[in-house]
Design a protein around this ligand. Structure first.
Ligand code: DAT
Ligand code: MG
Length: 136
């Protein structure tokens, strides 16, 4: 059974020139690319994307960051796509949680600048793919 997931290379990943690195890892894992776009994120999309964090103390900084420069948004597809990309990404904190060899562990230092986003479940993926790529 195939599944889709939303992936973002966040502004830090784009500005550091890690787009190719992330896409390469997705392809080598065996996930298929079904959408790919460089895009600027407006406040409304950022708020909807991170709605689950609206009450968190870091929400303002998170919105500021995700709208600070272009992101690369992708939809990937394959068996257990959401979990598979989360494995490639590593845990949220690049130092304390991300496993060695993951994207966040290999390239990140701080939780706010952890380079990539991946939907955290098939249900989140469905919501996020619709939000970012309504015509897909
Ligand atoms: P993930 O991106 O691994 O799904 P999340 O959904 O809990 O993590 O949080 C979304 C993003 O918010 C995360 O990638 C970075 C930021 N963030 C999370 N916890 C934070 C914290 N304690 N301080 C600052 N930023 C945080
Ligand atoms: Mg999350």
């Amino acid at each position: 059974m195939s599944e889709r997931s939303l992936v973002l290379v966040k502004p830090d990943g784009v500005s550091r020139g890690l787009v190719g690195e992330v896409i390469s890892r997705i392809e080598r894992k065996g996930l298929k690319l079904v959408a790919l776009e460089l895009r600027n994120v407006d406040r409304s999309l950022a708020e909807q994307h991170y709605a689950e964090h609206a009450e968190r103390p870091f929400f303002g900084d998170l919105l500021e960051f995700i709208t600070s420069g272009p992101v690369v948004a992708l939809v990937v597809e394959g068996p257990r796509a959401a979990a598979a990309f989360r494995q490639l990404a590593g845990g949220t904190d690049p130092v304390e949680k991300a496993a060695p060899g993951s994207i966040r562990a290999d390239f990140g230092l701080e939780v706010q600048f952890n380079l990539v986003h991946g939907s955290d479940s098939p249900e989140s993926a469905e919501r996020e793919v619709k939000l970012w790529f309504p015509d897909l």
